[in-house]
Every structure is written in C-alpha cells, then in structure tokens.
Design a protein around this ligand. Structure first.
Ligand SMILES: Nc1ncnc2c1ncn2[C@@H]1O[C@H](COP(=O)(O)OP(=O)(O)OP(=O)(O)O)[C@@H](O)[C@H]1O
Ligand SMILES: [Mg+2]
Length: 454
C-alpha cells in the first residue's frame, strides 16, 4: 500500500510546509495553514516533459497569427485591451451573486460567430438554459457541459475545439492527479496549471470564474493570479443594479480601464456614459445638500452625485454615517470644516451618500463632499450646473488633482456651466469655451463664493 503523503498549505499564498505553522513565512498571514493530501503528479505540472523547446531570436518570432477575438461588447473588449487574446487565460472574480456567471454566459451568447464551450460545475445544463433564455439567446454556438472532473473537460474541449472555453468555477473543479478535495489549494493550483497548458497548447482563450474570500481577494493560492494573464474583478453593490468590471492585472492591456454595467432582467447592459445616469436629471429643481463631483475611475471621468444631510444631533454622541466613501475620510473632512469653517461638529449628525451604490476612493471628490455638507448645513442649494474637483488638505487648502483637463472636458461635454478646481491646478490646454473654470484656493473662499458666508 502506498503511503498517503500530506502537507500543510497556506490558504493565502499556497506556501507548502511539512508541519503546521501559525504564521506563514512567505506572506506573513496568521492561521492560514490547512492540511491537504498530496501526491506527486507523474509529469511536471506544466507537462513540459518533452525536451524539444528551442530558443528563438526575438525578430524571427512570427506574430501575424496572434489575434484578438472581438467579443461583441465595447466595454469588455476595452477592458481586455482591445479584445480577447488567443491562448490567454482570464480570471473573473467577484462576490457571490454579483453576476459572474451571467457575464460569462452573456459573452458566450452574444458572439454568434464564436464557438464557446461553457463548463459549469455549479449549475446543471437545464439551469444554464433557463439563464440563457432570460438573456435572450439566439443562434449562438454555445455548448454547455455540466462537469467537474478536469480531465473530462479537457478531453471534451479538445474534441469540440471551441474558440473560447469558459470554466464556472475553478473552485468546483478537481483533477484525478491529486487526492485532496475540490476547492483545496493543491486542486485549484493543479487545475489552473492544466487549464493553462490547454490554453497555450491549443491557442484557445480560457475564461475562469473564481470565488472570492471574505476580504475580497480571489480564493485560492496567490499563484492562481500569477498564472493567469488577466484578472478581472466584478464589483458592485448587490442591492443596486450597477456593476463595475475592473482589470486588476492585464498582460495585454492597461489596468486603468473599467466597464460599467447595469443588471437587468435580460442580463447585463453596458453603460457607455455612466455620468449621465449617476447624476439625477432634475435641472429645474435644486436641493440643498447635493453637489456633483468630477472623479476619475482609472482613466475614465466619472461624474457622481454626492448627498449630505446635516441635522441637529438628537443624542449626546453625534452620528456619522456614509455610503460610498470611507467614514474616516468624512471624519477628517468634518474636522477640517470645524477648524476652517466654524462648523460645530459636536452638535450635528452627518449622513453622507453617493448615489448609484458606487464606492469611490478618488480624493478629487473631497471638494464636492465638503460643499454638499455645507449646503445641507446652511440649507442653501448649489446650482445643478456646477461641479467640483479638488482634494481638501488638512490645512483647509484645496489641492490639485491629476487629469484636470480631462475632467474639465467631460464636464463641458455633460453641459455643466461651472467647474470649481484648485487654484494650484496646472491646465495644459485651454478649457472649452462653454464652461467657466473657477479656481479656489481655500475652503473659506469656497464658502464665500457658494453661500456668501465668511
Ligand atoms: N430575472 C432577473 N432580473 C434581474 N436580475 C436578475 C434576474 N435573475 C438574476 N438576476 C441577477 O443576477 C444575479 C445572479 O447572477 P449570477 O448567477 O451570474 O451570479 P454569480 O456571480 O455567478 O453568482 P455565484 O457566485 O453564486 O455563482 C442576481 O444576484 C441578480 O442580481
Ligand atoms: Mg455563478
């Protein structure tokens, strides 16, 4: 009888150790070691057992056949850097129920001239058919396989020769070469290696869906993210319809691109002009406590509506509540307001919200946040044709932010009449004629311009 070999693996980075360790020597995480059965595969994981590889001169390498598949979706093509590169491996991660399966099935269904093999280890063929009916499938060449054994999947894929292989999800797959259960570190790593080998050998792009852990990183070893060519994160608030697809790693394109989608009854709809949706269209009405921020997500300008409600604190400890930004950022801005604008913090409750369920981290939204708080406090509305973009420093100065020309250009395109920026911003180009650029240096000055207060 052969002896069962066991080892301990770090759940975070995949580090292997013969004995249990409290702290991983590789990634420094605590309490991440789990015991797993290991059996050495007969060949090396990548299957490089034929010693025929030859070094080539870089100029002699033929790239004429390195093609990109057009996925019939402007947003996804753009995020991937201009289409899906043949032979690449794309990992799609996201919260449960965010729409990973919907996204990948939609890709398969929306390209009638691309043959896809959609492998699901989570749902039956009938369940996938129900989803496809909801998405409005037509004459797509999409084959469905409900299977979890990797060897069978590879055989089927080699027989069918699809243009794209979709795996939903890597955590449900298992290979016979390893004894541990599906979803374990060694299974995920080996399955990913075998899929990579398949992708490179047959020049077939592989889409792999991955679950994420409690803290938002892709479950499984870090090597999974190293193996794949592209890592896409699907984010969004489950209670809102908007979803953001973001490339966190891309070997064939920029990681600054994002795509915004709206989850609808018939699938994910691409939103080409997100700012137009995120800003409520009530030009004739203006409310106090609302200010528009000219933020950027990646390289894309994103105009969002910030809303604040300032009221007298009913209890001893004033409440601070935020959605869409870090509460510590709000506290910091409130402290600056107290110091520079005489805002009595101790007696006010402050509630802050970013509409559309988005989360932003761009500090260019600071001036809009501060303006909306002041607007609600004084109960004086800010004209809806104005927008703001500057960072607030601890001394109350308004600091410049990058890509200022792009933000002003987008503001003009969205028919804003005024944009408030930092006086220290360096404008490379002349701003468009239909927008007034107002430069402000300090919070006190902003208060004076907006509300006539000193
Ligand atoms: N009829 C419908 N109308 C609108 N949205 C729907 C409808 N049916 C499903 N959805 C949306 O689709 C989401 C589920 O999508 P999907 O199954 O693709 O998610 P997933 O990320 O693959 O989840 P899991 O991690 O469980 O596999 C739901 O959360 C819901 O928002
Ligand atoms: Mg799913």
């Amino acid at each position: 009888m052969t002896k069962v070999k066991k080892a301990f693996f770090c759940k975070n980075c995949g580090y292997e150790s013969a004995k249990w360790l409290g702290c991983c020597p590789s990634c420094g995480e605590w309490n991440t070691f789990v015991e797993e059965i290991v059996s050495k595969p007969a060949t090396s994981a990548l299957g490089i057992n034929n010693y025929n590889s030859k070094a080539q001169l870089i100029n002699d390498i033929d790239v004429s056949h390195e093609s990109r598949l057009n996925l019939n979706s402007v947003e996804i093509n753009r995020i991937l850097g201009g289409g899906l590169v043949c032979g690449s491996m794309v990992l799609v991660g996201g919260e449960p129920g965010i729409g990973k399966s919907t996204l990948s099935l939609q890709i398969a269904l929306k390209c009638p001239d691309i043959k896809t093999l959609y492998v699901s280890g989570e749902e039956s063929a009938q369940q996938i058919k129900i989803r496809a009916a909801r998405l409005g499938s037509n004459d797509a060449q999409c084959y469905i396989l409900s299977e979890t054994l990797l060897e069978t999947i590879v055989i089927q894929a080699k027989e069918l020769k699809p243009d794209i292989l979709v795996i939903d999800s890597i955590q449900t797959l298992y290979t016979e070469r390893i004894d541990s259960s599906a979803g374990s570190i060694s299974q995920i790593r080996d399955c990913a290696m075998q899929l990579l080998k398949f992708a490179k050998e047959t020049n077939t792009p592989v889409f792999v869906i991955g679950h994420i852990t409690k803290d938002g990183t892709i479950a499984g070893p870090k090597v999974l993210e190293h193996i794949v060519d592209v890592v896409l994160q699907f984010e969004g608030d489950n209670s809102h319809a908007y979803r953001i697809l973001r490339a966190t790693k891309n070997r064939f394109g920029s990681t600054a691109e994002i795509g915004i989608f709206e989850m609808q009854n018939n699938g994910l709809r691409e939103i080409e002009n997100p700012s137009e949706i995120l800003i409520s269209q009530h030009n004739d009405l203006s409310f106090s406590g609302v200010a528009i921020a000219a933020t950027m997500d990646g390289v894309r300008p994103l105009f969002i509506e910030t809303q604040s409600l300032v009221s007298t604190a009913a209890y001893g400890v004033p409440q601070r509540s935020t959605t869409g930004i870090d509460v510590r950022r709000l506290n910091m801005l409130l402290a600056v307001l107290e110091k520079r604008a005489g805002f009595r913090l101790a007696t006010k409750d402050v509630f802050f919200n970013i509409t559309g369920g988005l989360r932003i981290s761009d500090t260019a939204a600071d001036m809009a946040i501060v303006s909306s708080i002041l607007s609600s406090n004084f109960d004086v509305s800010i004209p809806t044709n104005s927008c703001f973009c500057a960072e607030v420093g601890l001394t109350g100065e308004l600091r410049p932010v990058p890509h200022i020309n792009q933000r002003i250009g987008e503001a003009a395109r969205l028919n804003f009449k005024k944009i408030f920026i930092s006086r220290y911003s360096k404008l490379e180009d002349k701003p468009p004629a239909n927008i007034e650029v107002i430069s402000v240096a300090k919070i006190e000055e902003l208060m004076k311009i907006l509300f006539g207060k000193n």
